[in-house]
Design a binder for this molecule. Structure first.
Ligand SMILES: Nc1ncnc2c1ncn2[C@@H]1O[C@H](COP(=O)(O)OP(=O)(O)OP(=O)(O)O)[C@@H](O)[C@H]1O
Length: 603
C-alpha cells in the first residue's frame, strides 16, 4: 500500500517541530482544516451514537416499504428490501470507522517501533527492516487480500489487519526518515550527555518529532482504509449481511437503473469522510511545517593535519613510567588518539597521543586554533564520538572508572552524573518540543531518583542561581522564547543539576553576544568554585583561559604541544605555536609577554 507522502518530504520536519500550543493555534487559523475537522467530528459522533439515534434497525427487512421516497418516517428513504437508508448509513459508518482504526493501529504498531529502531540504531536492523519493507511493498496486494479472505473468512478484522500490515512499510519509511534526520541533532547529543538512556531518548525526544509527520500520514491512511474497505465490500469481498457503506453502495449499484438515488447517500459519506481526512491531514501538515528544510546540520570539517609536536607537555608531566597520577586527580587521559576514515580509503588522525590530567576543583583550559582537535578530545572523554570514529588510548580514568573499557551503560550513568557538558550552541541543544522546565526536570528525576516536585523545586532554585530573572515563567517557556544568553544559562543549570564532578564546556560563549560572554564565564567560574567541580573549558580565546582557568593545554594539529599553569604559560610560553597564539591574541605583545598576564587574569 503506497501513499503519497514520502520520507524525503517529511523527514526534515523532525527539526522543525513546534510547541503544542503554537501547533494548535496554527491549525485553528486554517479555516479549511477547521471545517473539515468539524464535519469529521460530526460524522464520527453520529455514527458512534447510531444505536441511540438511528430510527430503525438497520437489518430490518420490510418488503412492503421497498424503495420508499424521502419522508418524515424515512428521512433518506428505504432501499430495495425496505430497510431504512439513514439507519444503515449511521451503522455503516461504525463499520468504516472500525475498519480504519484496525488498519491504522496495525500499520502504526508495526511501522513506528521498527522505524524508530532502524533510524536510531541503523546497522543490521535497519538493513533487515528496510529489506522486509521493500519486500512487503513489492507484493501484489490484491492477491494477498484474496488469500487472507479465502483462508480467514470475510470478517472485518482479518482483512483490515492484512491491509494494516501492507500499509506498515509506509509508516516505517516515514518514521525511519524522520529519525535519521533528527538523530544527529545537537539536542539529541545533549540528551545523551545528560545521561538519559537510549530508550528514554527515543521515547522522549525522538518520538516527539516523529509524532507530527506520523499523525499526518496516519490520517491519510485512515481515509484510504475507509475507501479500500468500502471498495472490497463493493466488489463482494466482505460480509453481505453487514450494514456498511460498501455494502450499501454494492446493493445500490445492483438497482442503479431502478433507484439511482440509493447510490448518493453511501457515496457521499465515503467521499466526504475520506476528503475531510485528507484535508485535516493537510491542515495538520501545515500547522507542523511538514516539508520545511532542515535548519541545523553538524559542521564537519576536513581532517586535521598532524606534524611536528615541538616540545611536548608530557615532558613536563609524565614520570619515568609514562604515567603519573596523584591523589587529587579526577581525570587522567594517556595516549588518546582519534581517527576517521578518509576519502582515499585510509584513516586521518584528528587527535594524536593526547595526555591530560584534571584535578578535583581545577579548571583546565584547552586552547588551539580551529580544527586542532579540542572538541574531538573532549567528545572522546564524554564518550560522544560518532560511530565512524576510531578511538585508542593507553588509559582514560575518571574518578577511578576506566572509561576505555566502560560499557555503554556505565558511560551513560557517568554522563549527566559524574561528568556533564555545556555545549557551544545553546539554542540547538534544547529540544524545541519541550518546555525548559520539563527538560530540566526529566534528567534530575532519572539520575537523582527524586520526585517530580522535588526536581521542580531544584530546577527553579538552579535557574535562580544561574541568574534567570523569572525562574517560574522560564520553566514554562519553550526554547524559542529564550535569548541565547538565557538558553546558555538554562543549559548550565541543567549541566550542574546532578552535581557533576567534571564539567566540560565546549566554547560556551562563542555563540553569545559579547556583552553576555563575560557574564556566562563569570557564572561558570562561580559555579566551579562553589561546587568544587573540575572544569575543562575548550576555547580558542586565550582571554577566556586567563579569565577562568588554573592550567592550560595548547593544542595544535591534534596534539598537545604545551601545558602549564596559566601564569607560567602567559609569562614564559615555551612552544613557538603558543608564542604565536599569545602574540596574535594580545595587543602590544612585548608588554604583555613579559611577566604580567593580561587584564582580568587572576592566577
Ligand atoms: N565526523 C568526522 N569525520 C571526519 N573528521 C572529523 C569529524 N569530526 C571532526 N573531524 C575533524 O577533526 C578535526 C578536529 O575537529 P574538532 O572539532 O575537534 O576541532 P576544534 O579544535 O574543536 O575546532 P573548533 O574550534 O573549530 O571547534 C577537524 O579537522 C575536523 O574536520
Amino acid at each position: 500500500m503506497t501513499v503519497p507522502l514520502d520520507e524525503t518530504v517529511s523527514g526534515p520536519v523532525a527539526a522543525e517541530s513546534l510547541p503544542q500550543r503554537r501547533r494548535l493555534k496554527a491549525f485553528l487559523r486554517n479555516p479549511v482544516g477547521v471545517v473539515a475537522a468539524s464535519v469529521l467530528l460530526l460524522i464520527v459522533l453520529l455514527c458512534l451514537l447510531a444505536p441511540l439515534i438511528a430510527p430503525y434497525d438497520p437489518l430490518r427487512i420490510t418488503l412492503i416499504d421497498q424503495l420508499k421516497p424521502i419522508s418524515w418516517q424515512h428521512w433518506l428513504g428505504t432501499d430495495t428490501q425496505g430497510r431504512d437508508v439513514l439507519s444503515r448509513l449511521l451503522y455503516g459508518g461504525r463499520v468504516s470507522l472500525r475498519a480504519g482504526i484496525i488498519m491504522i493501529s496495525t500499520a502504526m504498531a508495526i511501522g513506528v517501533p521498527t522505524g524508530l529502531l532502524a533510524g536510531y540504531y541503523s546497522k543490521w536492523f535497519d538493513s533487515l527492516a528496510s529489506w522486509v519493507a521493500g519486500l512487503l511493498m513489492s507484493l501484489p496486494q490484491i492477491l494477498i487480500l484474496v488469500v487472507v479472505i479465502s483462508s480467514l473468512g470475510s470478517g472485518l478484522a482479518p482483512t483490515m489487519i492484512a491491509l494494516g500490515v501492507l500499509a506498515s512499510p509506509d509508516i516505517f519509511r516515514l518514521t525511519r526518515g524522520v529519525v535519521i534526520g533528527v538523530r544527529d541533532e545537537l539536542f539529541i547529543d545533549a540528551a545523551r550527555v545528560s545521561g538519559l538512556s537510549d530508550p528514554r531518548i527515543i521515547f522522549r525526544h525522538v518520538l516527539a518529532v516523529v509524532t507530527g509527520p506520523v499523525v499526518v500520514l496516519g490520517s491519510f491512511v485512515f481515509g484510504l482504509a475507509i475507501i479500500v474497505q468500502a471498495g472490497l465490500e463493493f466488489l463482494g469481498f466482505g460480509d453481505p449481511t453487514r450494514p456498511s457503506w460498501g455494502n450499501m453502495l454494492s446493493d445500490a449499484f445492483a438497482t442503479i437503473y431502478k433507484a439511482p438515488h440509493l447510490v448518493y447517500a453511501p457515496g457521499a459519506m465515503i467521499g466526504v469522510t475520506a476528503m475531510c481526512l485528507v484535508l485535516v491531514s493537510a491542515a495538520i501538515a501545515d500547522s507542523l511545517g511538514v516539508g520545511r528544510a532542515s535548519r541545523r546540520k553538524r559542521n564537519h570539517r576536513m581532517p586535521a593535519r598532524h606534524q611536528d609536536a615541538g616540545r611536548d607537555w608530557q615532558q613536563r608531566e609524565l614520570a619515568d613510567d609514562g604515567m603519573e597520577y596523584s591523589a587529587g586527580d579526577l581525570l587522567t587521559v594517556r595516549g588518546l588518539s582519534v581517527r576517521y576514515p578518509s576519502a582515499g580509503g585510509g584513516r586521518s588522525t584528528v587527535v594524536s597521543s593526547v595526555c591530560l590530567t584534571v584535578n578535583r576543583g581545577e579548571a583546565l583550559g584547552i586552547v588551539g586554533e580551529s580544527g586542532s582537535g579540542k572538541s574531538q578530545t573532549v567528545f572522546a572523554i564524554l564518550g560522544l564520538l560518532p560511530p565512524e570514529a576510531q578511538m585508542d588510548a593507553q588509559s582514560m580514568v575518571l574518578g577511578g572508572v576506566n572509561l576505555i573499557d566502560a560499557s555503554a551503560k556505565t558511560l551513560q550513568q557517568l554522563r549527566g552524573g559524574a561528568m556533564a557538558y555545556v555545549p557551544q550552541e545553546p539554542m540547538s541543544n534544547l529540544d524545541p518540543s519541550f518546555t525548559v522546565g520539563s527538560q530540566l526536570i526529566a534528567p534530575m528525576r532519572y539520575k537523582l531518583k527524586i520526585s517530580k516536585s522535588a526536581a521542580r523545586s531544584r530546577a527553579i532554585a538552579l535557574l535562580e542561581r544561574v541568574g534567570i530573572p523569572d525562574p517560574q515563567r522560564t520553566m514554562a517557556a519553550y526554547p524559542h522564547e529564550l535569548s541565547g544568553g538565557m538558553a546558555q544559562r538554562v543549559l548550565i543549570a541543567g549541566a550542574v543539576s546532578c552535581d557533576p564532578e567534571l564539567l566540560v564546556a565546549d566554547e560556551p560563549t562563542t555563540a553569545l553576544d559579547v556583552t553576555v560572554q563575560a557574564e556566562v564565564l563569570e557564572l561558570l567560574r562561580e559555579l566551579q568554585k562553589e561546587r568544587n567541580m573540575a572544569l575543562i573549558i575548550v576555547t580558542h580565546n586565550l582571554g577566556v583561559i586567563a579569565d577562568i582557568c588554573d592550567r592550560v593545554a595548547v593544542m595544535k594539529s591534534g596534539e598537545i604541544v604545551e601545558t602549564a599553569s596559566v601564569a607560567e604559560l602567559f609569562a614564559h610560553p615555551q612552544h613557538e605555536y603558543t608564542k604565536m597564539l599569545l602574540a596574535a591574541t594580545l595587543d602590544d605583545a612585548p608588554g604583555r609577554a613579559a611577566s604580567a598576564p593580561p587584564t582580568g587574569f587572576a592566577p
